[in-house]
Design a binder for this molecule. Structure first.
Ligand code: DAH
Length: 339
């Protein structure tokens, strides 16, 4: 038995020594120590050993087992060390390589345009305000002289939460909130997101942004409106920009106008950019309708106001010569970082 065990051990050690890699080593382990391994079968045959010899033989088997295990472990550790070293050598780091830079985001053209607009109006003494996007029908329509069944409501066919609550279709609703506070004089701009049930195309989106303006004071005239918006146009599109006011209709202003700026690409001669017109429409404006003031508790005999509404995307698209509004909503950094 002793002889048999010694042979078995020697044979195991020999095979361990001959093993060239980890898998081979594992095969040796299974062949000797595994469930059906040679040493295990010796243990199983203990029943044939005379009972008085069993402790001695048992000890010998255990010693053999321990030694094989020890040598296996040593060899395994050596293999692993070698593998690690080879891996380290292969993976040497070139510290002179440029580092991977974290991806930086970029301010959105809308944001850049808005900050520019805010800078201009804050410079003229305006305050910047915001209002709710989910709005009472009253603030969005009714109090702006757009009663139920008014055709202007159709134009702004929108997203209703229920009969009385809408996603606002225009930032003009913020005018009403400000008027209701009753603190005159008022000189505010109010940027924000608005919603209309429009199909997406190059010039339309169901959500876009406007910047509202409202001034209420004594002795405000249309000349103040013109001067203010002219100054705004010059600052945003360049000193040479000319403006033109065309009569228009908005329910909450009287008189109302749309303002065009001379095309800053061709200077007004007419080009592809302004579709040969020489002029580009940029906003709606007018003198606040006395009824609008009155509904919100401001005495129209004492106070006068003017208001305007600019499409923020429109300004951004024009300023940065972007020809498709959809690009503004894709948030592709490769696009955004050009501005
Ligand atoms: N709210 C208007 C719209 O969405 C734009 C507008 C026109 C706002 C004239 C005004 C204004 O404040 O005076 O079409």
């Amino acid at each position: 038995m002793k002889e048999k065990l010694k042979n078995l051990k020697d044979s195991a050690l020999e095979q361990i020594n001959a093993a060239q890699h980890l898998e081979a080593l594992n095969d040796v382990r299974v062949a000797f120590l595994g469930k059906k391994g040679e040493l295990t079968s010796v243990l199983k045959s203990m029943k044939d050993v005379a009972p008085e010899d069993r402790p001695k033989v048992g000890q010998l088997v255990n010693e053999a087992r321990e030694e094989i295990e020890r040598i296996l472990e040593e060899k395994k550790a050596a293999f692993e060390k070698k593998l690690r070293e080879e891996k380290m050598k292969k993976e040497t780091i070139d510290v002179t390589l440029p580092a991977k830079k974290p991806m930086m985001g970029h301010r959105h053209p809308n944001t850049i345009a808005l900050e520019e607009i805010e800078r201009i109006f804050v410079g003229m003494g305006y305050e910047v305000l915001e209002g709710p996007e989910v709005e009472m029908d009253y603030y969005n329509f009714e109090a702006l002289n757009i009663p139920a069944n008014h055709p202007a409501k159709d134009e702004q066919d929108t997203f209703y939460i229920n009969k009385d609550i809408v996603l606002r279709t225009q930032t003009s609703s913020i005018q009403v909130h400000e008027l209701e506070k009753g603190k005159v004089p008022i000189r505010i701009i109010a940027p924000g997101r608005v919603y209309r049930s429009d199909e997406v195309d190059a010039t339309h989106s169901p959500t876009f942004h406007q910047v509202e303006g409202l001034v209420v004071d004594k002795n405000v005239t249309f000349a103040d409106l013109k001067g203010t918006l002219q100054q705004f146009a010059k600052e945003i599109f360049g000193e040479d920009t000319k403006v033109k006011f065309r009569p228009h209709h908005f329910p909450f202003t009287e008189p109302s106008a749309e303002m065009d700026v001379s095309c800053f690409k061709c200077g007004g001669k007419g080009c592809r950019f302004c579709k040969g017109e020489g002029w580009i429409e940029i906003l709606g404006c007018g003198m606040v309708h006395p009824h609008v003031l009155e509904m919100s508790g401001i005495d129209p005999e004492e106070y006068v106001g003017f208001a305007f509404g600019v499409g923020l995307e429109r300004i951004a698209l024009l300023k940065y010569e972007i020809d498709d509004m959809r690009l503004l909503y894709e948030n592709d950094v490769r696009f955004l970082k050009q501005f």
